[in-house]
Write a protein that binds this ligand. Structure first.
Ligand code: ASP
Ligand code: MG
Length: 399
């Protein structure tokens, strides 16, 4: 017994049947004597459809107006879920982000939660109402609506769980947990019982679609115990926490990220401060830069190559043109990043060569390599991505 936060993603609330299904999950948890805060995403592909609608009217809408629109998606879900619970006789109230006291900064489309004023949530909980909160949204100091960036409902759930000091935060999704590779693509993928925050964070950043990376960061920071599980199949999922008993696995998972544009700047002045000039400008515009490589300088110039999310490419090119007008810029959208993640690789030399060997055996060419303590990533041709994931999975986990 205690306070449980349950988050349901878009597929779990996609239609009437799915909503009735999660209403039963919520009911079971409530009948066991728990207080419950539910966080939901927009139904199915609603957010994508809203974005399409916006772009039809104006290919360059302001970020503020886009957030006004995107807030609608989650509003539909919370009210429908609340109605489904009313129907089965449970005390319930739905709240939008601002009604839940979720205060964010003013970076529209990718706002960060600054604080949560939990007065209202606590008040409802004290009356044993089930509180249904709209994920992904908040309000800024100008009383304007914001959104937390794609997949932001996970972040709402973890932030609320931390603020209210919940006993656990369950993230319900359409797969049964965290796997060694995408179970929809790799048939022999293995479900993990447990995974550390750090490993989960790397997997999320590197393209595993099961949890949003900011939510994992927050969970680690506030020690929120997460459980990833299926809303369709009631079996134990994966627990994400600080320490896990190391199983004999060197790596925990293989991910693929196809949301990548590679940008090459050819002929940057070979003098101090040039990289700073470029990357500080990108940082000031909230653009996350991934793999960065700088070539050895020729006499008067050098090349810098880096990757960004595909949807940021246009904005990056605009900024680069303003910052370094004299260099030549080339972009490549036909790439995928395939990564392996695992704390075990620290104590297992040869992990990288095993990965490269699997790629070589499949005749896949590596274009760039980057590593951190617990991951190794390669950039390869987009068309080879699925083959690469399977080959690496077979080599580490057997066929
Ligand atoms: N509905 C939002 C999105 O599709 C937030 C979420 O699903 O977590 O990105
Ligand atoms: Mg969604």
């Amino acid at each position: 017994m205690g306070i449980v936060v349950q988050k349901f993603g878009g597929t779990s609330v996609a239609n009437k049947e799915r909503i009735e299904n999660i209403a039963n999950i919520i009911k079971d948890t409530y009948k066991k004597g728990n207080d419950i805060i539910v966080v939901v995403s927009a139904q199915g592909d609603t957010t994508d459809e809203l974005i399409d609608k916006a772009l039809e009217i104006n290919p360059n809408p302001s970020k503020r107006e886009l957030d006004q629109l995107l807030n609608v998606g989650e509003q539909i879900s919370i009210s429908l879920v609340a109605m489904a619970l009313e129907k089965i006789g449970l005390p319930v109230i739905s709240l939008l982000g601002w009604q839940s006291g979720i205060i964010t900064n003013s970076v529209y489309n990718s706002a960060r939660i600054k604080k949560i004023d939990i007065t209202r949530i606590e008040n409802e909980i004290s009356k044993h109402n089930i509180v249904i909160i709209a994920g992904f949204q908040g309000i800024n100091k100008y009383d304007d609506l914001t959104t937390l960036g794609r997949g932001g409902s996970d972040t709402t759930a973890v932030a609320v769980a931390a603020a209210i000091n919940a006993d656990k935060c369950q993230i319900f999704t359409d797969v049964e947990g965290v796997y060694t590779a995408d179970p929809r693509k790799v048939k022999n993928a293995i479900k993990l019982k447990e995974i550390t925050y750090d490993e989960m964070l790397e997997l999320a950043i590197l393209g595993a679609q099961v949890l949003n990376n900011r939510s994992v960061e927050l969970a680690k920071k506030f020690g929120v115990k997460l459980e990833v599980l299926s809303s369709l199949n009631p079996v134990p999922g994966t627990i994400v926490k600080e320490d896990v008993k190391m199983e004999k696995m060197v790596i925990r998972g293989i991910t693929k990220d196809t949301n990548i544009s590679l940008i090459s700047i050819i002929g940057v002045n070979n003098k101090p401060g040039e990289a700073f000039k470029i990357f500080s400008k990108l940082a000031n515009n909230n653009i996350d830069v991934d793999v960065i490589i700088q070539s050895i300088g020729r006499d008067e110039n050098k090349d810098i190559v880096f990757s960004v999310a595909k949807d940021k490419c246009k904005e990056v090119l605009k900024i680069l043109k303003e910052t370094i007008s004299d260099a030549k810029i080339i972009t490549n959208d036909n790439l995928a990043k395939v990564s392996i993640v695992g704390a075990g690789m620290i104590s297992h030399p040869g992990t990288a060569s095993k990965m490269f060997e699997a790629l070589y055996d499949s005749n896949i060419n590596i274009q760039m390599i980057s590593t951190s303590e617990i991951n190794i990533s390669v950039l390869i041709d987009l068309k080879d991505a699925d083959k690469a994931v399977s080959a690496i999975h077979d080599s580490f986990f057997g066929k």
